[in-house]
Design a protein around this ligand. Sequence first.
Ligand code: PLP
Length: 502
Amino acid sequence: METYTGNRGLRIEEPLIFEQDSPGRTGVDLSDVPDVEDRLGGLSRTEPIGLPGLSEPQVMRHYTRLSQKNYAIDAGFYPLGSCTMKHNPRLNEKMARLPGFADVHPLQPESTVQGALELIDTLAHWIKTLTGMPAVAMSPAAGAHGELCGLMTARSALEARGDARKRVLVPDSAHGTNPATAAICGYDVQAIPLNDRGRVDLAALQDALDEDVAAFMLTNPNTCGLFENEILEQAKAVHDAGAFFYCDGANFNAIVGRVRPGDLGIDCMHLNLHKTFSTPHGGGGPGSGPVVLSEALAPYAPIPWVVHGDNGFALIEHAADSGESEPYGRMKSFHGQMGMFVRTLAYMMSHGADGLRQASSDAVLNANYLLARLSDTLSLPYEGPCMHEVLFDDSFLKDTGVTTLNFAKAMIDEGFHPMTMYFPLVVHGALLMEPTETESREGLDQFIYTIRHLAERARSGEADAFQEAPVHAPRRRLDETGAARQPILRWRPDITLGEAAE
Ligand SMILES: *Cc1c(COP(=O)(O)O)cnc(C)c1O
């Protein structure tokens, strides 16, 4: 039943702030501007600035209502595969808000930020220890940025030996950012197929490797949620061909405290602090993607980095001050995401080695719990056990008239953020679920019962109802393609809802 206001109970239908404009209304009283001589020449504004006029309580309500529409890990289960949407402990936030960390400025003299530099240095130490790697570049601002950093480092090492290789090998199970990074870096990308166990086909990799291959980019655990158990053979093949072994470490949550990537023969790997180490993410950031490097690549790491100098901690900011090293440049104007560094170190230190190990074990346990309790309802493309995420395909929906997309939309009505859909591409109608270790047994059980119920409805001929979903969400189905192809980013008084992709 439609309501007169469009509201649903206490969930208010909220117009845009521009639609609530009442020209001249403000939250403060400003006295009239005294008559002063205009010193702007012909440059003074002749038209209104176009900001909406609202009172302070109107603004408060507007943003509070919007915040209540925002689905978040703090609001409910968020099993988005590959994204590691886990709880962000509030202790991290408390530490990051300490004025000594929150208020530092990147251009302050080193002597006044010794604590911040020590924190970066300590975090670098723990990252190297956990990964078993000798060096780390701390500055990259996200996973994909870390990939770029890693490939640029590898390219510098190749150039230093006069070896201009042109190709990068990327398995079909890689995260989409991997081929994108290789292409941005100017490489030709060659896909490597999977075997029937959902892992890289070793023979196909060996065949593709030659003296023109700069790097192999593996995601491990891969995006099918499986551990690449032939990684040692892969590393050997890559090195025998004189190439570098990039490992996408965004899924480190599955193995932290159990496996040291350095022992697996990799040359560089980015970590997503905003996944494994619980710093907040979503909505575009801020992320943080430090890159660990092997002995072979360490000399080419980008500046800046922290050193123990004569007068405490110091920053190497210029290639000329970097001694034997040959940094290729820098990834960022400053030193990385300080707030994320503080949160990560707080997370590491509050967990300790045993706590981190337990977190990864629990992440894997939770995913396998979903696998065990849902594999008679959904269909599994590859046999388990899985790592931190479990991949289903859409064959359980065959002949029901319900698609993966419709199934996901129906989950929204049930109060769950959908899992990752249609990714990885190697599996038809993929449903990739990552519960993470911070979800309780009760929470998982409720999710399992809901999925079973929806699958039952799909099988009992309710396809039409699925096509309608979501019916309880504030917005129903949006024209996502239209919004991506023709984004309308600025409100205009004459804009119609049709134009705005709804
Ligand atoms: C999330 C993710 C990335 C990209 O990380 P961003 O921080 O979003 O750039 C890369 N690879 C894998 C496997 C991921 O899960």
